[in-house]
Design a protein around this ligand. Structure first.
Ligand code: ADP
Ligand code: MG
Length: 678
């Protein structure tokens, strides 16, 4: 009976990696660094750690595998636990930010790259581990790139490498693409192990719905739905994988598919009376894990599966049975936006190499087809050859602080696989100086050492620490937690329901009396927490109960970090007299003084960070339409569409930031950088 056997016996022996098992284990044994490459789906992520486990690598320590994406770490750990027939969290576990599912017994640990970076802070020799596998290196996430540099720095030198360790560490770097020569050269010319692939041809066709003029339009959502339905009605059996950008678009596409599919299918076959339909499954980062599991299950007989996913399905997760790809040509990315001088989540065209990777998902087990909804013109004029590594397009503030705390003083000459522009490094140093995390000479301060302990954006950490120093952490910890989980306010697509939800959310905001979005977050947190029936309370108020539950857990964890630090370190203390609302907002100002805006005319605000961008308050804010009464505000983040919107807004008084703002101009960044170059 197939269900009684472990999936390992039935499936994993057919994976391309299986035949190379012994040689791979040998290769890991015989050198410190090893690069492993192979087509997506060949079995690298799920199988190699098991081979090493069986070969006795866990005798001395754990095997740690990093993933750039949180969902990938969790899903893959679940799969491997199942293959190894053990309980998740025992021999096989995972750790992602704010969710640790490991125990003393954990031998194979999947985690995000950010988690490993934190572990290096606490234990630079990584003494718990016998093997570190950096996975999905081709994705070039900021943290994975930094880890590459750190591991090279620490373990290239055999003397340093054994410091604090009783046995040598092995480092394996895994990548799906052919950048392997560059990786090997970076890691002291280490050996490369290439798992021969077996990819089938994929026929790609271009569409006409999205051309070079449509970069800012969102028409691609409707178009992918149309194309997916065409595939469903006219193509042979085989599942569909649709690439879209993010949660809200994916849900909208699934709704549309559902509506339309109901009209066209579920027709009964006269012979065997099975329902011939379409099983529609969304797949994105913040989805509940039990829903994610469904993605991998084969659809019921006679039913076609259609997975609508973010880029996560491009290389991180492999879904069997996919024969058709529908590619929107877009991806959601965190980019440094020079127009507003901040990191902004943006929808941008994917690169050509990314488009090829997406198409390849249709040819894993048999020939496939890829339907690109964009035109050949779009491909030629709008899509870059390769994706720019994250390190070259986002804020480096948090990682520069981490590096400084690890004793890497010269952050300009750190071994980067691809060097970020110097102005990005300078910008990070300047911000850290403004936060008092480093001094004028670029040396990390006591405050900086406290800040690095929090898995939060440095500005938010700064606000929490200020609050703790005046004894009002109860106001800021919940806010930090609420801003660290996915959006807690439900925004229904249906206009009538949207109206109801808006009304509820406005009523919640009004309860705080102060018209301040941060205060609303705090109040939602407290009201729900003190409710007898919290899930019902959430339902009544159009709040995501699941997100709020995670916020409760995050708040507890942040509080634990704070308590631990207060016990071991000299903690700054100050007194403050003034009312609670003022205290709350002044703490926020300490962290958000980079995000200050002043109203100029009508509803338009002007940012005060030197960029002087013109911004508007987002309609989701309780301050929307109240602009006339406002003068100075701070905000949490920015959304760029046809306009630049600020979100999560709080009115402040000029006096509160007056002393902080000059700091933006006071420091000579070249002084900081010359120190860094010394
Ligand atoms: P690679 O890392 O080389 O891309 P993986 O190890 O991720 O390959 O995948 C190997 C195989 O395991 C694929 O056929 C994939 O479909 C299967 N697989 C991975 N995760 C799961 C899961 N959660 N459920 C079912 N199958 C899975
Ligand atoms: Mg993989």
């Amino acid at each position: 009976d197939i269900f009684l056997r472990s999936p390992k016996e039935t499936e994993s022996k057919h994976l391309p990696i299986y035949r190379h098992r012994d040689k791979l284990v040998q290769a890991v044994k015989s050198s410190t660094f090893l690069v492993v490459t192979g087509e997506t789906g060949s079995g690298k992520t799920t199988q190699l750690p098991q081979y090493l486990h069986e070969a006795g690598f866990c005798k001395d320590g754990r095997i740690g595998i990093t993933q750039p994406r949180r969902v990938a770490a969790i899903t893959v750990a679940q799969r491997v636990a199942q293959e190894m027939q053990c309980t998740l969290g025992k021999e096989v576990g995972y750790q992602v930010r704010f969710d640790d599912c490991t125990s003393q017994d954990t031998q194979v640990k999947y985690m995000t790259d950010g988690c490993l970076l934190r572990e290096i802070l606490a234990d630079p020799g990584l003494s718990q581990y016998s093997v570190i596998i950096l996975d999905e290196v081709h994705e070039r996430s900021l943290n994975t790139d930094i880890l590459m540099g750190l591991l090279k720095k620490i373990f290239s030198d055999p003397d340093k490498a054994t410091k604090g360790r009783s046995f040598p560490l092995k480092v394996v770097v895994m990548s799906a693409t052919l950048e392997t020569e560059k990786l090997s050269a970076f890691l002291s010319d280490c050996p490369v192990f290439a798992i021969p692939g077996r990819a089938f041809p994929v026929t790609c066709t271009f569409g006409s719905a999205v051309g070079p003029k449509d970069i800012e339009s969102t028409a691609y959502v409707k178009e992918v739905v149309k194309v997916a339905l065409d595939v469903h009605t006219s193509e042979m059996a085989g599942d569909i994988l649709v690439f879209l950008t993010g949660q809200s678009e994916i849900e909208r596409a699934c709704d549309l598919l559902f509506e339309k599919a109901e009209c066209i299918d579920y027709r009964y076959d006269v012979h065997d009376r099975t329902v011939e339909g379409l099983l529609i499954l969304p797949l994105y980062g913040s989805m509940p894990t039990d829903q994610q599991r469904q993605i991998f299950q084969p659809p019921p007989k006679g039913i076609r599966k259609c997975v609508v996913a973010t880029n996560i399905a491009a290389t991180s997760l492999t879904i069997n049975g996919i024969k058709y790809i529908v590619d929107s040509g877009f991806v959601k990315q965190l980019n440094h936006n020079s127009r507003v001088g901040m990191d902004v989540l943006e929808v941008v065209p994917i690169s050509k190499s990314e488009a090829q990777q997406r198409a390849g998902r249709a040819g894993r087990t048999s020939p496939g087809k890829c339907f690109r909804i964009f035109s050949k013109d779009f491909w030629e004029t709008c899509m870059p050859e390769y994706t720019v590594p994250e390190i070259q397009r986002t804020s480096l503030t948090a990682v520069v602080l981490t590096l400084k705390c690890l004793g890497v003083h010269d952050v300009v000459r750190f071994p980067y696989l691809d060097r970020p522009e110097e102005r990005f490094i300078l910008e990070a140093l300047k911000q850290l100086y403004q936060f008092d995390a480093i001094d004028r000479r670029g040396t990390v301060t006591d405050l900086g050492k406290l800040m690095v302990e929090f898995p939060l954006h440095p500005g938010l950490t700064r606000a929490v620490l200020r609050a703790a120093s005046v004894g009002c952490e109860d106001l800021l910890l919940p806010v930090a937690a609420m801003l660290s989980v996915e959006n807690i306010f439900i925004r229904p697509g249906h206009p009538e329901k949207q109206k109801q939800a808006d009304q509820r959310h406005r009523a919640l905001a009004a309860k705080t009396g102060s018209m301040n979005d941060f205060a609303t977050l705090l109040s939602v947190f407290q009201l729900c927490k003190s409710s007898d029936r919290p899930s019902a309370w959430c339902k009544d108020n159009w709040i995501h109960w699941r997100a709020l539950k995670s916020a409760f857990s995050v708040e507890t964890q942040l509080r634990e970090i704070l308590l631990r630090l207060q016990q071991v370190q000299d903690f700054p203390a100050e007194t403050f007299d003034g009312n609670k609302s003022e205290l709350f907002r002044r703490c926020l100002c300490t962290g958000y003084f980079n995000n200050v805006a002043r109203r100029s005319v009508g509803k338009v605000f002007c940012t005060m960070d030197g960029h002087g961008s013109m911004v508007h308050i987002h309609p989701s804010s309780s301050l929307f339409d109240q602009e006339a009464e406002l003068n100075w505000v701070i905000f949490h983040d920015v959304l760029v569409t046809s306009r630049v919107y600020i979100r999560t807004v709080c009115p402040i008084r000029y006096e509160w930031v007056k002393d902080l703002l000059p700091k933006l101009h006071e420091v000579d960044v070249y002084e900081l950088s010359s120190v860094a170059r010394e």
